[in-house]
Design a protein around this ligand. Structure first.
Ligand SMILES: Nc1ncnc2c1ncn2[C@@H]1O[C@H](COP(=O)(O)OP(=O)(O)OP(=O)(O)O)[C@@H](O)[C@H]1O
Ligand SMILES: [Mg+2]
Length: 267
């Protein structure tokens, strides 16, 4: 089973919207999908109430200790993809979800504020040495070409690890996402031939390719005897003081904000 977490500090960046969009796209691609909601705000539970279909099942798991056993049970029960939607910020449930995931997707609107706000989340991701990718969301449609140029220039000039962790494609801002949410649908159900649907299907394909590729690498490393043990002093407690989490990020882990790459370039 693949476990994918949507997480970032910043509210409103699109965690729930992308969790729904990806869950439905994965289901349409033939996966047995389960969605876990750790955010008491209940965006996904409310979405499922509006939905006339049982699948994908959304289950609320608020207790951080229950995440791991729940994932194990789902894997045993034949679920092939679990997508976890988390609350803004970092809390115990988000930390546990990241700890037990295969891939963490970090949505960010193409603004410096959103990208800088990913730092605490990246700190947890890096501490657990998890694969991750940024998903540029709510990108302006007319800025598409310019954003595309910006991401291309990142490929050329940014440190490799930054360029390699940008999910493709970026997701444009369109009413479809809000209308699908309101209708209890995934965007690929709402208007299957629409551009938002195409983007979400492509994002799912990118995601599953990344997962498959990373797991192959991981297995190869395990065969080579590479240690799974973390050599970092584990800085993330289940509920770290906010200032400690922030301090550990700014000192220990570079982020986009620390790099020379400017996301304003070309926008
Ligand atoms: N690509 C998009 N195009 C248009 N609207 C979008 C897009 N992505 C998200 N939205 C809208 O932006 C708002 C915030 O999105 P969403 O609720 O998914 O963010 P979130 O990160 O889950 O927020 P929170 O931190 O509050 O849980 C919603 O109204 C949603 O419909
Ligand atoms: Mg949400």
């Amino acid at each position: 089973m693949y476990t994918i977490v949507l997480a970032t500090q910043k509210g409103g960046s699109g965690k729930s919207t992308l969790a729904i969009g990806l869950a439905v796209a994965a289901q349409q691609a033939g996966h047995n999908v389960r969605v876990i909601e750790t955010d008491r705000q209940g965006t996904l539970s409310n979405w499922q109430v509006r939905r006339n279909l049982a699948e994908p099942i959304v289950e609320a798991v608020y207790d951080a200790k229950m995440i791991e056993p729940r994932l194990e049970a789902l894997a045993r029960g034949g679920v092939t993809v679990t997508i976890i939607d988390t609350a803004s910020g970092i809390n115990a449930a988000t930390t546990a979800a990241i700890r037990h995931c295969d891939l963490c997707l970090v949505p960010a609107r193409p603004s410096v504020a959103d990208i800088e706000a990913t730092a605490p989340t990246l700190s947890v991701i890096r501490a657990w040495r998890k694969a991750f990718a940024f998903v540029l969301n709510q990108t302006p449609i007319r800025g598409g070409q310019r954003i595309s140029e910006a991401t291309s220039s990142l490929d050329e000039s940014a440190p490799r690890d930054i360029a390699e962790v940008l999910a493709q494609p970026y997701i444009n801002m369109r009413n479809d996402h809000q209308d699908a949410l309101a209708a209890g649908q995934g965007v690929t159900e709402f208007d299957p031939s629409g551009k938002s649907a195409q983007e979400l299907r492509s994002l799912w394909r990118w995601t599953i390719s990344k997962l498959a590729g990373d797991l192959v690498m991981q297995e190869a490393n395990e065969l080579k005897g590479a240690s799974e043990l973390m050599d970092v002093e584990f800085p993330i407690m289940l509920q770290p003081p906010a200032e400690q989490a922030e301090a550990s990020v700014s000192r220990a882990y570079p982020t986009w904000a620390d790099s020379n790459a400017s996301w304003e370039t070309g926008f």
